[in-house]
Design a protein around this ligand. Structure first.
Ligand code: BEZ
Length: 231
């Protein structure tokens, strides 16, 4: 049986059993309506024309999650500058989130300033395949989905419950995604905003001369670097 066929049979079984297939890059981010700490939200409508970041938390009143929510709240201005809305999800209800909020403010010094979805029925967690039963069959892993203005998934990250996410990395990859969406470039290992970038191989040297007026260095036929075009 070919791989593709096997996957579609497995997908069909998953659907029949009420499970969901993993979300892949380029897929349309599933839409949903849910209660949040900022009222009822229908995801696509709430996103509007913005970029979006949806991230999961295993459970309320847990230590790593408390630090992460404070860290996302502290960086809200960086997401706003990048026309990006952030929204968290945790498999407890909104009433529980409301009680948890004061602990986040008290211990992390930043009050929750974005919606946190109440997902006690795990609707969103299941829709986004955030529960990995071989890791834990009730709590979500720490998933991150970055969604473009076209509602398509641009990045997925999965961390275990025991590892808090790195906000610098999330902002860094958002910068890379927004840059590469607008210019014919890719970003090298460990790139951060302002560093040189790579010209994609579909651009000829001739076209690169006009597209990248700051010039480029040709280290190999397939490896050409240029200053970041929007700086
Ligand atoms: C935490 O946020 O600290 C946590 C949550 C669930 C399992 C383990 C740790």
């Amino acid at each position: 049986m070919g791989l593709k066929w096997k996957r579609s049979v497995k997908g069909l079984t998953d659907v029949l059993e009420g499970e969901h297939m993993a979300i892949r890059l380029g897929d349309v981010a599933p839409d949903f309506t849910a209660e949040t700490t900022e009222g009822t939200i229908t995801f696509h409508e709430w996103l509007g024309d913005s970029w979006g970041i949806l991230f999961s938390h295993p459970k309320d009143f847990t230590p790593v999650c408390t630090t992460e929510l404070g860290a996302f709240a502290a960086r809200k201005g960086d997401f706003d500058k990048r026309n990006t809305k952030i929204i968290g999800v945790s498999v407890d209800d909104v009433a529980s989130h409301e009680k948890w909020k004061s602990d986040i403010k008290e211990t992390q010094g930043s009050a929750l300033n974005f919606p946190l979805i109440g997902d006690q029925d795990r609707k969103v967690a299941d829709l986004y395949d955030m529960i990995h039963p071989n890791a834990n069959d009730t709590l979500t892993v720490r998933s991150v989905f970055i969604i473009g203005p076209d509602k398509k998934v641009k990045l997925t990250l999965t961390y275990p419950a025991s590892t808090g996410r790195n906000l610098d990395e999330i902002v860094r990859v958002l910068d890379s995604l927004q840059l590469t969406a607008n210019y014919s470039v890719a970003t090298p290992a460990n790139w951060t905003d302002g560093d040189d970038v790579i010209i994609v191989n579909s651009i000829t040297d001739e076209d690169a001369k006009t597209k990248f007026p700051k010039g480029f260095k040709k280290l190999k036929d397939y490896l050409r670097v240029t200053p970041q075009p929007n700086k």
